[in-house]
Write a protein that binds this ligand. Structure first.
Ligand code: HEM
Length: 148
């Protein structure tokens, strides 16, 4: 009986501690964006915009070739964004330097994709703070993607 009381008290204490720490900590950008479904919707809309964008779509002939290629690219982009905003996803693609090596991505092309991303975030009415935070993360990738 005594042992049972100790076990119950321990379980209650652990439950209380984890409830408090979940409430205490700042929500991640992943959570503030609305989790995986919201990130998938943004990634999907971004890829649709990129494939229609005359400024950049010549780079994406492979993704545009079949619906399966486009879906695979959307899924990789969603996992990448999910992982890099503090989400629980496992991005299994290449790192940004390797993925873009030899593609000759220009600064103008990078800026055009950032504009497409901004338009996608606006479409889903992502608030200014979350937009700024996500665009800030993407900006840090520029030197890995635009390679001289
Ligand atoms: C703006 C931020 C960008 C992010 C976060 C990003 C992210 C990614 C990711 C996660 C992949 C998948 C890598 C893999 O398959 O292992 C990828 C592939 C690729 N990226 Fe980027 N990228 C960005 C900008 C750009 C730009 C500006 C261009 C060119 C204008 C570009 C061209 C490509 C191409 C052509 C692929 C291969 C797509 C395919 O055929 O499946 N990316 N990118």
């Amino acid at each position: 009986m005594r042992i049972l009381r100790i076990i119950l008290a321990t379980v209650a204490a652990i439950g209380l501690t984890s409830a408090l720490s979940a409430a205490d900590r700042e929500p991640s950008l992943y959570e503030r964006l609305g989790g995986k479904p919201a990130i998938q919707a943004v990634a999907s809309d971004l890829v649709d915009r990129i494939l229609l964008d005359q400024r950049v779509n010549k780079w994406f002939a492979h993704a545009a070739a079949t619906p399966e290629n486009a879906s695979a690219y959307k899924a990789k982009l969603a996992d990448f964004l999910c992982q890099n905003t503090g989400g629980p996803c496992q991005y299994t693609g290449r790192d940004m330097v390797t993925a873009h090596k030899g593609r000759g991505v220009t600064s103008d092309a990078f800026n055009a994709v950032v504009q497409d991303l901004t338009a996608a975030l606006d479409k889903f009415k992502v608030p200014q703070k979350e937009k700024t935070d996500l665009l800030g993360i993407v900006a840090t990738l520029k030197s890995s993607i635009v390679q001289k």
